[in-house]
Write a new protein. Structure first.
Lengths: 355, 293, 294
């Protein structure tokens, strides 16, 4: 059980800087999910924590011990890999025991720990099999078991679910969460899947181009995204963005077609005449209002439907509506004021609350 | 090309490479360098004085009518061995690739000559073609042919070619079979649906798709005939009768080991090195271009 | 793969359903097999007859009664008239040479490939090319200078002189390197997490995973080592280290007074070990051969 503290982590690959100074504190027992599109630097960050990659600058502390220069084995951490990385010629038992043997544990200790982990993961019957005789989900479990037996200070997960089929992924997701809660091990989990991130993480780190765009709890990130990138990345379908200008009284915004949208009172410190981007989630739209949407595609999903269309101003919008698809070809809509997000058009940052 | 995940030790990789590199330098580069150096040196008969003679060893070598004959022998020998060994192997591989019973058995029965040493292959062929004790040799004589490969140069060449090709067929057979088995079934089915007959299909689909294998084997067989047939020639004919079956390698051996002619032997080694480099170069150029596809 | 597809020469889909074509195929293949086996048969049968039968020029195609006598004669005394070395001694020398070459080549190639594939160090590519380029310098093209070096080192007529110069292997190094590049990065990283260093990883993971490649190379290299002819001819003159290949060609002598029945028995013994290994380990051998060269 431990606290992980990253400060000012910088990484260059040749002349390219892929991490621009990441600061993060993971509390004891906390599960942090690092999420972002491919190439955002999330895996590199994890590998730096693991010791598989050397950072160009910054420090990694585990329980206040500086491990920045240590080899992976000396950091007292365990990692679950995307393709499981099981030793193909070893039985399940030996796969899980290998790290313990290297650390010189006694035979009885090894046996006891492997047996415990196997019971926990439902692997007891499979200890004599080789990896190729296991299903994807079972291999995943062995990989988890290999991490658990080590009783490390820190668990690292590198997209461990992405090689599983959709159904198994959902099941394993829940299992990992239960397990992590039960063992209470501080964990860092990397994924590109926003649903995985939202469901697993106590807190999320949304990474964008080598920076932490936002570090917050899942609901915080959903309700108060720090910038347009985070806003667009989390949520499906993505948030709609409309360019607008703040009115003279700073209580509303004028869209490009002249329609005026009221801002939620007391939430954003907007300057009159400021160029902004309004963010509207597809599920936060009411079916009465000044904006005329011409529908060009309807995707029925059963309990709800997603409607794609174009505003008179030419901007495209997506709506999530409960129930059956509408029969009309044109809808009059308006954003729900209380769910409106306002970002600065230039910086993309969320406007701060009034002082 | 290198893998991403590596170990960081500084000294260990050098230690791991040391034995291989030591042997490589002492027994490959050092002698090869000496060969080049001595190819420009002439030594008197008693090995007392040495003298730098430029390209004289080479000009002498290429002015020597005997060396001309050796070159021609080598070309005839290599061409005959290659054509014979590859042709037979391709025919057998096509047949063994048919969906018939016992094809694995045929493979087993055809691959073992690979394991027979060149010198042993030569001895086997003595028992076939020897004029007094050879099965075929005696039959030829009985049929009125004036057969004696120990006296007739053309007959000697024929016997070494047969022995060398016999030994190489199984190697070619394995590669042709592997090549045939890697042709996707769908391609053949498409050709069949297009109405191509079996022979037409072989000519227009299978053979072109086999061309990388064929080309690869071409280089390998020429290399084999050039360099790996020393034992066959030494055991069967000792390069004779006359010089009828002397190849480049055999000549280099005679001049180096028997005649102890340092300059000429070294010059011949250099010529052979250039030949191997040319063959290797050709091989890599064409493998890169993937021949045909 | 092979069982998933049909024949090439026969009409697709109808393969195996044309009895006449199949019969013809079998006939031709059997003829091919017989053609290959004929010389071996002659030698095998000849080795069971006495000197007179073969000396007369009768080529026996059926077994005779002298098998035990001939084989025990060559095994224990070799070619008595010429004070030859017993075949058992020559076989022993050949076995030592072949096995040491085989394991030597495998050992030094696998560790150098490991260095090149799993470490990053100054000179890595230079050393790799240095090894690679030896492909172009077979012993046959540098006969005299290599003999010179071995003689300067005082290794003529020794096992070391027979073996050491032959155990560098670019082919085996390339094969192992090729295979090592297919080992997933994550496996290396998982081992690092487990606390395994390079030597431990080599012993516990790389070596077991290389078992098939080692088996294949064993066959190829044993055949190579056993069948060496030119090199032993150059560096051995003493009968103490005479290999079977050299010995058997010596037995031929001037061919005027050759004891053919003994040559035949020796031939059978000389080709037995490599042929047996190729046939028994066929599966690995075929795989290894096709992969080595591609």
């Amino acid at each position: 059980m431990a606290e992980l503290k990253l400060s000012g982590i910088v990484k260059n690959f040749g002349a390219v800087r892929v991490l621009h100074g990441i600061d993060l504190v993971v509390q004891d027992g906390e599960m942090i999910v690092i999420v972002g599109a491919s190439g955002c630097g999330k895996s590199t960050l994890l590998r730096i924590v693991a010791g598989l990659e050397r950072s160009t600058g910054g420090t990694v502390l585990i329980d206040d011990r500086d491990v920045t220069a240590l080899e992976p084995a000396a950091r007292d951490i365990a990692m679950v890999f995307q393709n499981y990385a099981l030793y193909p010629h070893m039985r399940v038992f030996d796969n899980m025991a290998y790290g313990l043997r290297i650390r010189g544990l006694s035979k009885e200790d090894i046996k006891r720990r492997v047996q415990e982990a196997a019971d926990l993961l439902g692997l007891s019957e499979l200890l004599d099999r080789r990896p190729r005789e296991l299903s994807g989900g079972q291999r995943q479990r062995v990989a988890m078991g290999r991490a658990i037996v080590r009783e490390p200070k820190l668990f690292l997960f590198d997209e461990p679910l992405s090689n599983l089929d959709a159904k198994l992924r959902v099941a394993m997701r829940a299992e990992i969460k239960r397990l992590q809660r039960r063992l209470g091990v501080t964990s860092l989990f990397v994924t590109h899947d926003q649903v995985e991130a939202m469901t697993l993480g106590d807190r999320l780190v949304v990474m964008h181009e080598g920076r932490a765009a936002q570090i917050a709890s899942p609901m915080e990130i959903f309700e108060r995204p720090a910038d347009t990138y985070v806003a667009g990345f989390i949520g499906s379908p993505s948030m709609n963005f409309l360019p607008a200008t703040i009115t003279e009284d700073a209580k509303a915004a004028t869209l490009s077609d002249g329609n005026i949208i009221a801002l939620p009172p007391g939430q954003f410190a907007a300057r009159p005449g400021q160029k902004v981007t309004l963010g509207i989630r597809p599920e936060h739209i009411s079916l009465t209002g000044p904006l005329r949407l011409t529908i060009d595609l309807v995707e029925p999903l059963g309990s709800e439907c997603v409607v794609h269309g174009k505003l008179a101003s030419g901007e495209i919008m997506a709506l999530r509506l409960p129930g059956a698809p509408p029969s009309a070809t044109v809808l009059d809509i308006a954003p729900r004021t209380e769910h409106l997000h306002v970002f600065d058009a230039e910086t993309g940052k969320r406007l701060p609350p009034p002082a | 090309m290198q893998r991403k995940a590596i170990f960081n030790n500084k000294l260990l990789p050098y230690l791991l490479l040391a034995p291989q590199l030591a042997i490589t330098f002492v027994f490959f580069f050092w002698p090869a360098g000496e060969a080049v150096w001595y190819s420009f040196i002439r030594q008197d008969a008693f090995g007392i004085s040495k003298q730098f003679v430029g390209f004289e060893n080479f000009t002498d070598l290429f002015a020597d009518p005997l060396y001309h004959q050796v070159i021609i022998n080598t070309l005839i020998f290599s061409l005959a061995v290659t054509v014979l060994a590859m042709g037979l192997a391709l025919g057998l591989a096509v047949l063994a690739d048919r969906h018939i019973r016992g094809k694995d058995g045929y493979r087993t029965l055809l691959i073992w000559p690979y394991a027979v040493a060149p010198a042993i292959a030569a001895i086997l062929y003595i028992f076939l073609f020897h004029p007094d004790i050879g099965l075929i040799g005696r039959a030829l004589k009985a049929a009125g042919v004036d057969w004696n490969y120990t006296l007739n140069g053309n007959q000697a060449m024929l016997v070494v070619v047969l022995a060398a090709a016999w030994k190489q067929v199984s190697y070619n057979f394995l590669f042709f079979l592997a090549g045939l088995q890697s042709i996707p079934r769908s391609v053949l089915e498409a050709a069949a649906i297009d109405g191509a007959s079996a022979t037409y299909r072989f000519r227009t689909v299978i053979f072109p798709l086999l061309s990388p294998t064929t080309f690869f084997l071409l280089v390998i067989n020429i290399t084999y005939a050039f360099f790996d047939t020393f034992g066959i020639i030494d055991a069967l004919t000792k390069g004779g009768p006359g010089n009828a079956t002397q190849t480049l390698i055999y000549r280099a051996y005679i001049d180096g080991r028997v005649n102890l002619d340092l300059g000429s032997s070294s010059a011949q080694s250099v010529v052979l090195m250039i030949a191997v480099m040319a063959l290797t170069f050709v091989q890599f150029r064409f493998i890169e271009r993937k021949v045909h596809y | 793969m092979a069982e998933a597809r049909n024949s090439i020469a026969a009409p697709v889909g109808m393969a195996g359903s044309n009895p006449r074509a199949d019969m013809l195929t079998h006939v031709v293949l059997v003829l091919g097999v017989l053609l290959f086996a004929l010389p071996i048969w002659i030698v095998l049968m000849g080795s069971t007859h006495d000197a007179g039968t073969i000396g007369r020029g009768d080529v026996p195609l059926l077994p005779g009664a002298e098998a035990a006598a001939n084989y025990s004669a060559v095994w224990n005394q070799g070619n008595k008239q010429r004070a030859g070395v017993p075949v058992s001694t020559m076989m022993f020398n050949s076995a030592i040479m072949a096995l040491l070459i085989t394991f030597g080549k495998i050992a030094i190639s696998i560790i150098s490939a490991y260095a090149v594939a799993f470490f990053s160090f100054p000179g890595r590519m230079l050393f790799f090319w240095a090894i690679f380029i030896t492909l172009m310098l077979p012993v046959e093209v540098r006969i005299f200078p290599t003999f010179q070096v071995v003689s300067d080192l005082g290794l003529v007529n020794t096992y070391a002189g027979l073996i050491v110069p032959l155990i560098a292997s670019a082919t085996a190094t390339l094969l192992f390197r090729q295979f090592f590049l297919t080992i997933p990065d994550e496996l290396v990283e998982a081992a690092k997490m487990d606390g395994a260093g390079p030597i431990r990883f080599f012993k516990d993971v790389v070596l077991p995973l290389s078992a098939t490649n080692i088996a294949a190379l064993f066959v190829i290299l044993f055949v190579y080592g056993w069948n060496q002819y030119l090199w032993p001819l150059l560096v051995t003159t003493s009968t103490d280290v005479e290999t079977i290949m050299i010995g058997i060609v010596k037995m031929l002598g001037s061919q005027g007074d050759t004891e053919w029945h003994l040559v035949m028995a020796t031939t059978v013994l000389a080709l037995l070990p490599p042929v047996a290994i190729v046939i028994l380990m066929q599966r690995w051998f075929v795989k290894g051969l096709v992969e080595t060269e591609k």
